[in-house]
Structure formats: structure tokens, C-alpha cells
Design a protein around this ligand. Sequence first.
Ligand SMILES: Cc1cc2nc3c(=O)[nH]c(=O)nc-3n(C[C@H](O)[C@H](O)[C@H](O)COP(=O)(O)OP(=O)(O)OC[C@H]3O[C@@H](n4cnc5c(N)ncnc54)[C@H](O)[C@@H]3O)c2cc1C
Length: 506
Amino acid sequence: MSKPDLSSSSSEPVLSMAVTAEPATAVTRRPAYRRRDVLGRIAALSALPVVAGSATVAGGLTGCQRQSAASAASLPIADAKGHLLWQNWSGLNHGYPAQRIAADSPQALAARLASAPVPIRVLGASHSFNAQCVTEGTALSIDGWSGIRAVDTTALTATVKAGTRLMQLGEELARAGQEMWSLPDINKQTLAGAISTGTHGAGLHIPAMHGRVHSFELVTPTGQVLNCSPETNAELFHSALVGLGSFGIVTEYTLLNWPLARTRRETQVVPLKQMLGEWENLRQQHRNAEFYYLPFTDLAVRILHDTTTDAPIPRPADQDMDGLMDLKKLRDWASWSTPLRKRIAQALGNKHSPEVAVDEAWKLLSSERTIRFNEMEYHLPLEHQLPALEEIIHLIETQFPEVFFPVECRVVAADEQAWLSPFYQRATGSIAVHSYYREDHTAVFGAIEKIFRRYGGRPHWGKLHSLKAAELKELYPRWQQVAAVRQQVDPQNRMLNAYLRALWGA
Ligand SMILES: Cc1cc2nc3c(=O)[nH]c(=O)nc-3n(C[C@H](O)[C@H](O)[C@H](O)COP(=O)(O)OP(=O)(O)OC[C@H]3O[C@@H](n4cnc5c(N)ncnc54)[C@H](O)[C@@H]3O)c2cc1C
């Protein structure tokens, strides 16, 4: 049987916990709050000749047609023992878990862990790009642990079950008069999956999601149920907060939130040179600031969010993904001539005026990502962000004409409470590079990773990178302490698959 086609518009993981782990509490599917047009600014490129698949015309480069081995492979839907296929969102990683468990009460779960086949991996929404969720042992779904359990309107806290999807959380928090100021690009992740990998949004004065965690409850691999906070089981709290599912299973978090407020978002295509020149001011002045460099266009898309009392302005239809495919089309059609590629893009991209939306932040900060890709993101000391980006632009535009995905640049506040936070004790400038899931990312990601490493970057825990324990311990001052805590709570390494053993050096 051939592998399911991932190019459909679904953004759910293919066959992820479909069979035995139906959510006990159904997740409300919201109509998509579509973010307008980050990339659709150059949607007029649709006027270019249609190109079938990734075939090129007019002498386009062979690199455009490279396919990733994993996405080109044909995977059976079940293995010889009848175990069903699991794949991550991008389709790069897969496995056939021998057992699938849907989470029940923390105490019942603790009892089941003792006899579960190893490795035991907790699955959130399977949106991580690397192999941390892969298992041939036990796949544990936490979809059933969903929703807000308690709210404190004075302290502005909410206790939220770990499997709650971010899209559902935004809506439920709004009903309680609260919000998270920062959200990632998409809102399909589970709260636990997002926090466990250091998921972040954009904002120099706003920490990543784990920076607003007050406490959490953890079921350890040896069956203990523990409350963890800076006051109780403090070492475990600081170690397991960004813990890659390696310390046990988090059942719920208490989050520190902000009062619900209206947000104004402004999106504009600007010349790249202007964007780089104004970035240091913009990132200081705005609540959330980010930009995308559009390869081979000399253009950037600038996105700013600020709190406002302005009247609501509806969010326009999202054309991001149309714009993305238009960039691909431009690549397929004109990668043989960089000047031509740039002239066409600029002629169309420069015509657009700024676009504004006003609404609650949870409806504006995240978007739909219906086109699959693989991604590497590194978190750099803030002052190195622009120098590193300039090197990456040079590298891409001299050596990798096949690149068409925008490169995303964000800023994140320093935090201290997660010892494996990529933002630990340093304000950060992040750079993320993407590759269409049907194309081979290894050469371009490998070349860019060398630049990230030279600038002291720390990899995003949920994305692609090549670092192992030896390199990671140089990047994290508390690495040894965290590794020792992990060894204590999971002495038999029952939570670790091959990828995590290499990462932890276990
Ligand atoms: C399209 C797309 C856009 C993205 N945008 C952003 C972005 O803007 N910013 C950003 O920072 N990241 C982004 N990411 C990365 C993503 O947020 C992280 O990879 C995140 O971990 C995915 O959440 P998940 O629920 O799918 O977790 P999974 O990938 O399923 O799991 C991640 C880790 O969390 C562990 N885990 C899950 N549940 C629990 C639990 N209950 N207890 C303990 N451990 C647990 C898992 O075992 C695993 O180790 C994006 C990813 C995609 C695919």
C-alpha cells in the first residue's frame, strides 16, 4: 500500500493516534481564523505559467527536483505484526508502535506504565519535525486530557490539561477574560508538546510559552505523581519544563496569563534592505515583531502586533499558502536567472499597501499551514541575528537556487526557569529555514547549520538539527545537572528512543 498523500489540506498528523486513542473530550474545531496574506502579497504571481509538480521549465535547476528519501518512500499502513503506521506532520519520521495507550487518570496511567513496551513516547499533535516521538514500543496519546480545569481571575492563572490544543485554549481563555500574549505560527499543537520543546512566538519582551508556567503535575516513568514548581520538586521543575518528553508525562499546567485585550496587526511587504535597517528599532518598540526574508526577491514581509483599543477590523482571508506556491512557481520558472527572478517578484510584491487587522490576539497570532515542509530553527544571541542572516542570504543566493521558502526571523525574551530553555539567560534572535516536504533539505540545512553554530546558536528542540549530547552540553550551563535529574527519574531510560538516547548521551 502506498504512503498517504500529505499534500492534502489536512494539518493533522497522518494516522497519528487515529485508532485507539480517540479524545475523551472532543476538541472543538474552530473555523480557521485565517491570517492574511504574509506571502500572498505576491499572489499576483499566479499569472506565471503553471508548472506541473516540481518540474521546471526554461532551464530550471536540477536541485529543484531533489526529493527527500523519506517523503518519496512508500510506507505500508501496518507492519508485519499489524501495528499501525504513525507519522509526524511533515512525514519525515515514522514508526509502528506496538501499543497505543490513551491517557486515563494520572494514577491509572502511572500503574500502566510499569508494563508498557518501551520506549514509551508521549504524543502531542506530532508536529515536531525531528524523531523525538518515534517509537516501536508504546505511543501514549494525551488527547483525552483537554480543556481548562480551573481559573483564578484575580491572579490571572489557569490550570489547563496537558493535551489541550492551542486553538481551543485561546478560545477558552478568552471566555475567562485571559490570554497568552505569545503564540506560535500555528495553533494545532498540544500545550504539553509545545511547552516541552520550547515553543515560542515573537516579541523581545515576551518569553516563550514555558516562561509563563507557574507549575505542573508529572507522572514519572517509575509511577510517581508529582507536583512541580519553583518551590516544590524545584530541580525537577526546572529540568523537566522543557524536557522533550524525557522525564515522564505532564498531566496539567498552571499558566500565568494576561488580561484579554484587543490586538492590532500590521503586515507589509517592504524592501529587504529597509527591513534589515529598521529591525533593531522595530523589535524594541513593538509587542510582537517578526519578518520573513523572501529568497531571491530582495523583499521582506514585516509583521507587527500591538495592544490597542481600536475598533475591530476583520481578519482578511489568508493567502499565505497561495503566495508560497507562487514563490515555488517563480523558482521553478526562473531559477536559471536570479536577476529575472528578482525583477518579477519586485514588480509584483512592491505594489501592495499595508494591511491591518484588529481582534483578540489568539485569533491573529497563528495561521493555517496547509503546505507541508521540514524546518530547522536556531536561537542566536540577539546581537548575532542580523550578521548570521546576512550570511545565510548570501549562501542561499549564491549556492542554493532551489530555495523558495521564506526565512523567518523572530525575537524572544530571555528566561531562567527552564534550564534547557534555548532562551536561557539570553535575549534571542531566532532564524528559521524551511524546505518543501517533497524536496531534500539536507544539503541546504547542513550548510546553514554551520553558520548557526558559528554564531553560538541553540537549536529549537522540536525542529531539525544534528547536535548530540557532546555539543549540547557546551550550549547549556546546566546540562549536566538536567541530565542527572533525568537519569534519576528514568534510571532504565524507558522514555528514550534512539534519537533521544543520542541527544542525552544515554
Ligand atoms: C507548521 C508548524 C509550525 C510551527 N510553528 C512553530 C512556531 O511558530 N514556534 C515554535 O517555537 N515552534 C513551532 N513549531 C514546532 C512545534 O511547536 C513543536 O514541535 C511542538 O512540540 C509541537 O507540539 P505537539 O503537540 O505536536 O508535540 P509533539 O511533537 O507531539 O511532541 C513534542 C514533545 O513533547 C513531548 N510531550 C507531548 N506531550 C507530553 C506530555 N503530556 N508530557 C510530557 N511530554 C510530552 C513529546 O513526547 C515530544 O517529546 C511548528 C511546527 C509546525 C509543524
